[in-house]
Design a protein around this ligand. Structure first.
Ligand code: HPA
Length: 241
């Protein structure tokens, strides 16, 4: 099974044909995945936050998820992520390919290589996100007449709270375009297993202090609902290529 789709916030379910649920034992606990077909292609679907968005970003079993995908033979992962925008270049409803990240997480295991028997590994992240996968997504978007913005820098916060306006001002100065809570360590762990990993961001809100109102998870979910059809079309078209 070469391909996987990791569904983020608002993409807790994704309908595949011939689908079945499998349980994978990993060193990080049991992980459930859906196996099925999309556009005739075999695919694993994994909901990052669980079926009902029950797992918050700081408690997602990132190592379990990526390990399980490795066990299932996955080599290429497309992940989705709801993001807030820090820049006028990225507007509400935009689809964005993430190109770089800034890591402001605080308390997450970030490696499979904890020393001892597991050894030590220092991976290269000059290009953290897989260019080949990005090219396919861009082509699929073109075929559909959808615009996907490229080269966004994602700042990953620990969550589950949203940021303060002062933090957002700092992240802007540091070069972040969009903010989310999950791409790190997911992208890092996928690279440790040598997988091709790309993230499709969906701008669900303006970041704190840019928006003229307080943020809420409900706002993010409402925006995701509005993006749902476009995102599903793009994912389908990507797997058709
Ligand atoms: N901040 C952090 N994570 C997010 C946001 C945000 O504004 N929007 C969607 N995920």
């Amino acid at each position: 099974m070469d391909y996987a789709l990791i569904g983020g916030t608002g993409l807790e379910h994704f309908s595949l044909t011939e689908q079945s649920v499998v349980s994978v034992e990993t060193p990080y606990g049991e992980v459930k995945a859906v196996i099925g077909k999309l556009a005739g292609q075999e695919l694993v679907f994994m909901s990052r936050h669980g079926q009902n968005h029950a797992v918050p970003p700081h408690l997602v079993n990132y190592r379990g998820i990526i390990w399980a995908l490795g066990e299932l033979g996955v080599r290429k992962i497309l992940a989705t992520a709801a993001v807030g925008s820090l820049s006028a270049d990225y507007r509400l409803g935009d689809l964005v390919l993430i190109d770089q990240f800034l890591d402001f997480t605080k308390n997450r295991p970030q490696t499979f290589y904890d020393g001892g028997q597991q050894g030590v590994l220092h991976i290269d992240l000059t290009e953290p996100y897989c260019r080949d996968a990005q090219k396919v997504i861009i082509k699929a978007a073109k075929n559909l007449g959808l615009v996907v913005k490229n080269r966004a820098c994602y700042v990953c916060t620990e969550g589950p709270r949203f940021e303060t306006p002062a933090e957002i001002r700092m992240f802007r100065i540091l070069g972040a375009d969009v903010v989310g809570m999950t791409s790190v360590p997911e992208v890092v762990l996928a690279r440790e297993l040598g997988m091709c990993y790309a993230t499709l961001g969906m701008v669900t809100n303006e970041a704190a202090g840019i928006a003229d109102h307080p943020l809420s998870h409900a706002e993010v979910m409402k925006s995701m609902k509005e993006l749902e059809i476009r995102v599903a079309q793009l994912i389908q078209a990507t797997f058709e290529l």
